[in-house]
Design a binder for this molecule. Structure first.
Ligand code: SF4
Ligand code: SF4
Length: 416
């Protein structure tokens, strides 16, 4: 018997790895396998690599690391797997091992920038302020006309994602319930959501109050740590989880409207014992609104719905957003083929691996165009930006919105 080569904390659980029976049922659902056609870029191949490393048969080499860089962490393989392999936590543990023992990240500078800025609301706000200036000063038009960005594909990917950068909005800390009071919820405003989609947070708070919840929006709240968890930066992730436990100590539920944040928070218990209670009290906004009476007026729209990976596969929330959209009088919901197939956004994957992300986005945009819908609804800021960028690039005339935006618009249209 060989002994494990990797025996540090947070190593992938060998028992979990051994649950894989190599049946291959997950392969057609895996976006990287679909694009690259390589066994080692499939869930089964990656699990084989994890097991070989854990049993000391291979080392954590550059080649090993590359197969895990390429994984989107979309967890479509978990949904497909009849043996119940929890691929997401195996992946996070493998990335944690790579950070501790593996080769240095290939994209060290970009890596440092992403993790220094994205999870820090203050720095993110300052960076977006500069971007606003870049757009409004005409510099963006100039840079695009020179095509110089073609030389820097990752920078070009980041630039292509940029739509309008709204002005910062500060929400009141307390939004009192309307009508019959159900209790008190805390709203996680999210690092990207609060800066790029502040109206989604505003609409979320408003709908929750209409549903009878007092909504608390703590000013000092930090990041949930999702980006860090998915990158294997487990110590940073734990520190952020502990801070949020204190922030949301006195609410019945913590509500998120960003699938990636909700998915990471629901996993707190696996990584941080004292955050288990918070994980159990975390809900996506659509879960809390699903059974609430809401005053909804007519919207004559044809809408399709894209399932964010971390909502459909990570949280198993699929029906609630659809049910809510169907409750809007006049709204016609048309199903999107392969609606839970990744759009290529996957946190910062579209910046780090722009080639594969673009291929996945092309597939998604083709599917969207087939529906004939004029609106795409999806509940994650990364998907919102990625699909809106895809629509701009194709010249496809569709609005890309969070489901709560449609519900809030319908509430505005309600006349009693
Ligand atoms: S998480 Fe997604 S990309 Fe990674 S192996 Fe699973 S299905 Fe493939
Ligand atoms: S479906 Fe599950 S058991 Fe089958 S190969 Fe994929 S991960 Fe392994």
């Amino acid at each position: 018997m060989t002994s494990p080569v990797v025996v540090s904390p947070d190593a992938p659980d060998l028992e979990e790895i051994r649950k894989c029976v190599h049946c291959g049922i997950c392969l057609p659902q895996c976006p990287t396998y679909r694009v690259l056609g390589e066994e080692m870029d499939s869930p089964r191949g990656r699990i084989y690599l994890m097991r070989a490393a854990a049993e000391g048969r291979i080392g954590l080499t550059e080649t090993f690391a590359r197969h895990f860089d390429l994984c989107l962490g979309c967890r479509a393989c978990e949904t497909a797997c009849p043996s119940g392999v929890r691929f997401g936590s195996l992946l996070e543990a493998t990335r944690a091992q790579l950070r501790r023992h593996g080769p240095p990240p290939r994209r060290r500078l970009l890596d440092r920038f992403v993790y220094a800025v994205f999870p820090e609301p203050g720095r993110m706000g300052a960076a977006l302020g500069l971007l606003r200036l870049y757009r409004r000063s005409g510099l963006q038009r100039l840079v695009r006309s020179t095509r110089a960005l073609r030389l820097f594909p990752r920078l070009a990917a980041m630039e292509g994602l940029l739509g309008d950068v709204p002005r910062p909005v500060s929400l009141p800390e307390l939004h009192p319930a309307r009508g019959r009071r159900r209790g008190r919820v805390g709203l996680l405003t999210g690092c990207v959501q609060r800066h790029l989609f502040p109206h989604v947070n505003r609409d979320t708070a408003r709908l929750l109050t209409l549903a009878g919840w007092d909504v608390v929006v703590p000013r000092a709240q930090g990041c949930c740590g999702a980006l860090e968890l998915h990158a294997g930066r487990i110590d940073d992730f734990r520190a952020r989880a502990r801070r949020l436990v204190a922030t949301f100590a006195d609410v019945d539920w913590v509500v998120t409207n960003a699938a990636g944040c909700g998915s990471a928070m629901k996993e707190y218990g696996h990584w941080v014992g004292e955050a288990r209670g918070l994980a159990l009290r975390t809900r996506d906004v659509t879960e809390l609104l699903a059974d609430a009476p809401l005053p909804l007026g007519r919207l004559e729209l044809t809408v399709t719905y894209h399932d964010p990976c971390h909502l459909a596969h990570g949280q198993r929330v699929r029906q609630e957003p659809r049910q809510l959209l169907r409750r809007i009088p006049g709204l016609r919901l048309v199903e999107l083929a392969e609606s839970d197939f990744c759009c290529g956004s996957a946190g910062v994957y579209n910046i780090l691996e722009p080639g594969i992300a673009r291929e996945l986005l092309e597939l998604k945009m083709t599917r969207i165009a087939e529906t004939g819908a004029t609106v795409v609804a999806t509940g994650n800021p990364g998907c919102l930006m990625q699909i809106a960028g895809g629509a701009r690039a194709r010249g496809l005339d569709v609005a890309v919105v969070h489901p709560v935006e449609l519900l809030a618009r319908a509430a505005d249209a309600y006349s009693g």
